[in-house]
Write a protein that binds this ligand. Structure first.
Ligand SMILES: Cc1cc2nc3c(=O)[nH]c(=O)nc-3n(C[C@H](O)[C@H](O)[C@H](O)COP(=O)(O)OP(=O)(O)OC[C@H]3O[C@@H](n4cnc5c(N)ncnc54)[C@H](O)[C@@H]3O)c2cc1C
Length: 390
């Protein structure tokens, strides 16, 4: 088998890259180790920066997003039992965020690709990438009982944090940077209309909570928990009780509903540099992850592949490798801005058991500053909606 770009992973990064390349007449094959059903049901992010929503719409993958995406012009920060609105749109010259589930983006892109009859293989096994420093890198994999070798011009490693591409880079090439946090998020998807028009990020002495949504009928809610929390100890009543305590305000109650899904997400910051080795280009979670507090993981993945697609188009059209050579540095500038913002939001909003209330006092001071100073709230807003040029 032979193609121009071999893409490992059919998450948002891999599928968007394949879509952007196809529009420019560049062939690719997408290989995914899970089933289509699994990939389409995997509940994850849901906050899109405006530039990313625009990218999907302008590239022809946003028909449903345009109709069903919910534009939010602000978010709320809650502390000391009061809510304070950060008017994102007013502070950023008119930019907003769009609520649209990652699962929906994935479904839209899969449907488009399969409808066009383009290669997207699910449930491949034993994936390995070889000859990455040559001009003919290849991907070996098993599919439907047969072994295959896919020869490519370049390989795009879009296979997430636990994929095979990054570990295939020889030891000593990558510099890795990481931070583990002493907590996780217990997240639920509930069949109930969101109790607030905008997202609420709540600082509370019992720990952080977030009120979010996926649609006008589905609420997405999170509470800070231990990283090794046993989900079995969290029966539905206990989850709602804890959410009521952390999000509750005088005169406002959180509407409860049937919990459709629950899960625990660990919190980690991680960056591998550079995002390239020979003809292998890493994109998205394969190269970097952020704690979800800044809503940046999905957005970063799509910013990466936008740059990678542009660089590949330029390379195929002109023969110049300038953009490909600059790919890693260009991505990493945005990645580190998002790493800082996600770390900063996480540090400001979560409870750290440091033995005294020093951290707590600092957090409250920072929250008061962010909600009263226009300079500080503008900084939060421009990072949250996504910085254009960095
Ligand atoms: C539980 C969870 C909750 C999250 N919540 C949020 C959130 O609220 N907000 C936010 O902004 N971000 C969130 N994120 C992060 C966000 O979802 C990711 O940043 C985003 O999915 C990155 O997309 P990706 O395509 O780079 O990687 P992924 O979505 O991880 O896609 C990688 C794909 O590669 C496949 N794959 C892996 N190994 C192989 C292999 N060997 N061969 C072939 N295919 C392979 C995987 O099955 C997967 O389909 C969350 C992440 C997790 C894990």
């Amino acid at each position: 088998m032979r193609t121009q770009v071999g893409i490992v992973g059919a998450g948002p990064a891999g599928l968007t890259l394949a879509h952007l390349l196809q529009r420019e007449g560049i062939e690719s094959v997408v290989l995914e180790d899970r089933s289509r059903e699994y990939v389409e049901q995997r509940l994850r992010a849901g906050v899109l920066e405006q530039a990313i929503a625009d990218l999907l719409v302008e590239s022809g993958a946003g028909e449903r997003l345009r109709g069903e995406g919910i534009v939010h012009e602000g978010i709320e920060l809650q502390f000391d039992r009061e809510r304070h609105r950060i008017p994102l749109r007013d502070l950023t010259g008119g930019r907003s965020i769009v609520i649209y589930g990652q699962t929906e983006i994935v479904k839209d892109l899969i449907r488009l690709r399969l409808a066009a009859g383009l290669p997207l293989l699910f449930e491949v096994g034993d994936v390995s990438v070889d000859d990455l420093e040559s001009e003919r890198p290849s991907i070996r994999f098993a599919h439907e009982g047969a072994e295959h070798v896919l020869e490519c011009d370049v390989v795009a490693g879009c296979d997430g944090y636990h994929g095979v591409c990054r570990p295939s880079i020889p030891a000593g090439v990558l510099s890795e940077f990481s931070r583990d946090y002493p907590f996780g998020w217990l997240g639920i998807l509930a069949e109930v209309a969101p109790s607030n028009d905008e997202l609420v990020y709540a600082h509370h002495e019992r720990g952080f909570a977030l009120l979010s949504l996926r649609s006008p009928e589905l609420s997405r809610l999170y509470i800070q928990c231990r990283p090794d929390e046993d989900l079995a100890e969290w029966h539905d009543d206990r989850i709602w009780e804890e959410l009521q305590l952390r999000l509750g305000l005088d005169g406002w109650t959180l509407a409860e509903g049937l919990i459709l899904e629950k899960g625990i997400t660990g919190m980690r910051s991680y960056v591998a540099e550079p995002m390239r080795f020979g003809r292998l280009f890493l994109a998205g979670d394969a190269a970097h992850i952020v704690p979800p507090t800044g809503a940046k993981g999905l957005n970063l993945a799509l910013h990466d592949v936008r740059l990678l697609a542009e660089a590949l188009v330029s390379w195929y059209r002109t023969g110049s490798s300038e953009l490909l050579d600059g790919y890693s540095d260009a991505c990493l500038r945005r990645v580190w801005r998002a790493e800082h913002f996600s770390w900063w939001m996480t540090s400001m909003l979560h409870r750290f058991d440091s033995g005294d209330d020093f951290d707590l006092r600092l957090q409250l001071s920072q929250l008061r500053y962010v909600t009263t100073s226009s300079a500080a709230s503008t900084s939060l807003a421009e990072n949250y909606v996504g910085i254009d040029r960095i």
